[in-house]
Design a protein around this ligand. Structure first.
Ligand code: ZN
Ligand code: ZN
Length: 276
């Protein structure tokens, strides 16, 4: 009984602390039944380059934000519902190590931990939260996930035609279906993608023909012409390119912390064991 109280009080304090660090711009996080499972710094692959982000794993959501002052102030809060999350391993490749992809219906992105142990810890904890959540809600895992965007820097040329060189005039665009970097010519059309927004989004020519051939008797309202602008990655706010919060020293204090499991109130027998 005491264990349970202490645990929930500790948990409430931890959650209040997270809320405080995000300040007024953050969502209220303290909800009945919500538990903070762990927290730490991960490098998130953004459109332009990898950036450090502070992550908080709760039993039902994953929250992350930009680091303004390490352990004190975060902003640009993002909240991902774990129900739709699927993890995918990323193999080590030269200097790029300890990564995995966090896939959700609306956005998917790669993150990197400092060590393989931290990667394993993060993945195990996230995975367990997702399975517990699905089990408890008697739901099935989401099957449709957003494409991971290829970072701009990885494509000097259009990945569709292989000819267009990107520069100030030839801007990079991302196909919302496959995530490749393509030129405007090769991504002039839009198509509706079920798990994303209701309105049609930019797709490359290859994906367009695949999508239109698979949906027979195509509704013209689901496809159209891509406007030249508005190539905003839902993964990246425009302010994501802010340099703020990217200067802290990783070696100092970024090891993730995972908290011991609080007593599960639906199984009072387990707390009896502790009282003996
Ligand atoms: Zn092209
Ligand atoms: Zn495509």
């Amino acid at each position: 009984m005491v264990d349970r109280l202490v645990n929930s009080e500790v948990n409430a304090r931890r959650m209040a602390n997270v809320e405080q660090c995000f300040g007024k711009m953050g969502e209220p996080l303290n909800q009945f039944g919500r538990v903070l499972v762990g927290e730490g710094v991960l490098v998130k692959m953004c459109r332009k380059k990898p950036k450090q982000r502070q992550f908080f794993l709760f039993n039902d959501i994953l929250v992350y934000g930009n680091i303004v002052i390490s352990k004190k102030r975060y902003n640009k809060q993002r909240i991902i519902r774990l129900e739709g999350v699927q993890l995918e391993d990323v193999e080590d490749d030269g200097g790029v190590k300890n990564g995995w992809v966090i896939k959700t219906p609306a956005k998917s992105f790669a993150v990197y931990a400092a060590t393989s142990t931290e990667k394993k810890e993060w993945m195990q904890h996230i995975q367990r939260c997702v399975s517990d959540l699905l089990e408890r809600g008697n739901k099935r895992a989401a099957t449709e996930h957003a494409a991971v965007w290829v970072p701009d820097g990885e494509a000097a040329k259009c990945m569709e035609c292989g000819r267009t060189q990107f520069n100030v005039v030839q801007r990079r665009h991302h196909c919302r279906n496959c995530g490749r970097v393509v030129c405007g010519n090769c991504s002039s059309k839009t198509h509706k993608i079920d798990n994303l927004k209701k309105k049609p989004v930019r797709v490359c020519d290859t994906c367009f023909s695949r999508l239109t051939s698979s949906s027979s008797g195509q509704d013209p309202s689901v496809s159209g012409t891509a406007s030249s602008d508005n190539d905003q990655n839902p993964n990246d706010s425009s302010t994501d390119s802010d340099e703020e919060g990217n200067h802290n020293d990783r070696s100092m204090e970024s090891r993730p912390t995972f908290y011991p499991e609080p007593q599960d109130e639906t199984f009072p027998s387990s707390s009896n064991v502790h009282q003996m």
